[in-house]
Design a protein around this ligand. Sequence first.
Ligand SMILES: [Zn+2]
Length: 102
Amino acid sequence: MMGPSQGVIELIEELKAVRAVLSVDPRRRLKVRAPRGVLNDELSGRIAAFKPVLANLVRMSKCDKCRSTQFVDVEIHGGHSLRRDCARCGSFVGFPVWNPQE
Ligand SMILES: [Zn+2]
């Protein structure tokens, strides 16, 4: 799958590799905790560019209803977007990738 989602997935992998931890505060703003010296200008810039997308992804890492972390992602818009449902209770969780225009 190509599109704007491509860069954000790479970014998440890179952040994992340097042991940066992403979370969202109660106001749904993205928080990044990382070992000292890891967040250089380049990485910080990319985090800033993807902030809303990252915050959304973090928020969707757990089901609001049953706290499950197991999901079923369904391709929609011909594979350009993904809809996520909880694998345990079936609740709609969100859209990990939203790119209907392409
Ligand atoms: Zn659930």
